[in-house]
Design a protein around this ligand. Structure first.
Ligand SMILES: Nc1ncnc2c1ncn2[C@@H]1O[C@H](COP(=O)(O)OP(=O)(O)O)[C@@H](O)[C@H]1O
Ligand SMILES: [Mg+2]
Length: 237
């Protein structure tokens, strides 16, 4: 058994004539939480989509739990245990919370459903409410809960805290921590909320122009304001 959950090796990917990922390499250990940060447009979303198989590789390879999944479809990768919470919350407004959770699932994973409700008690309270009646934070909980119903071993989350008030961000992060303790799941979290992402993660990579330009222990990087200012360019604290 590979000690690594994910190995991204020299990946190239893009859209039309544009190259976005240009020699992207990083690794995620089993049970590890990796933060991926960087300025807008550097390729973070594309990186997660390439790992999931939504964006095709033009070069390099992706190993998941030791298996080369580079040529597998997104569906096949989901079956292997990869899950993605996309940047846009894809909640169906006309379905209830519970219908949203069960949409697209072939069998009704009762145990997984009750685990998702344990993790997000707010969703349990609102299980019969419509998707259009949820707050931004609740929609984000629903997106994460839905990804968890696929029982992923590695969850890729694209800016899950975006647009949420500080208290709701803390509530979500507490649920993510709880999720890690319960399931031992590995996580890659892309975030603009750098302080919060680094407090949550164990290790961090910084992307620029579609490649990793810096890698460090998350707690160390949180204090390394020179590096953060150089590559992320936002006032931290
Ligand atoms: N579907 C797409 N078609 C064409 N270009 C895209 C598409 N998605 C993203 N891009 C471009 O790819 C680059 C990287 O985008 P993205 O991966 O979304 O970066 P980030 O998530 O770091 O902000 C940007 O220049 C963006 O405009
Ligand atoms: Mg993005």
């Amino acid at each position: 058994m590979s000690a690594l959950m994910l190995e991204v090796k020299s990946v190239q990917a893009g859209y039309g004539p544009m190259t976005v990922l240009d020699g992207l390499s990083f690794q995620v250990a089993r049970g590890e939480r990796l933060a991926m940060i960087g300025r807008n447009g550097v390729g973070k979303t594309t990186a997660l989509r390439a790992v999931m198989g939504v964006v095709p590789l033009r070069g390099g390879s992706i190993l998941f739990a030791g298996e080369d999944v580079s040529r597998l479809s997104a569906h096949q990768r989901a079956e292997r245990g990869l899950g993605l919470v996309p940047q846009t919350r894809d909640v169906f407004p006309s379905l209830t919370v519970e219908e949203n959770l069960l949409a697209g699932l072939k069998r009704r994973p009762k145990a997984a459903l009750s685990e998702a409700y344990d993790l997000f008690p707010r969703l349990a309270e609102r299980r019969h409410n419509g998707g259009n009646q949820l707050s931004g934070g609740e929609q984000q909980m629903l997106s994460v809960a839905r990804a968890l119903l696929g029982q992923p071993r590695l969850l890729l989350m694209d800016e899950p805290l975006e647009g949420l008030a500080p208290l709701i961000r803390q509530e979500l992060l507490a649920a993510f921590r709880h999720m890690g303790q319960q399931t031992g799941i590995s996580v890659v979290i892309v975030e603009q909320q750098v302080d919060e992402a680094l407090a949550y993660a164990g290790r961090a990579v910084i992307l620029d122009h579609g490649a990793v330009v810096h890698e460090d222990d998350a707690a160390k990087l949180a204090k390394d304001t020179d590096t953060l200012e150089r590559w992320v360019g936002m006032a931290v604290h």
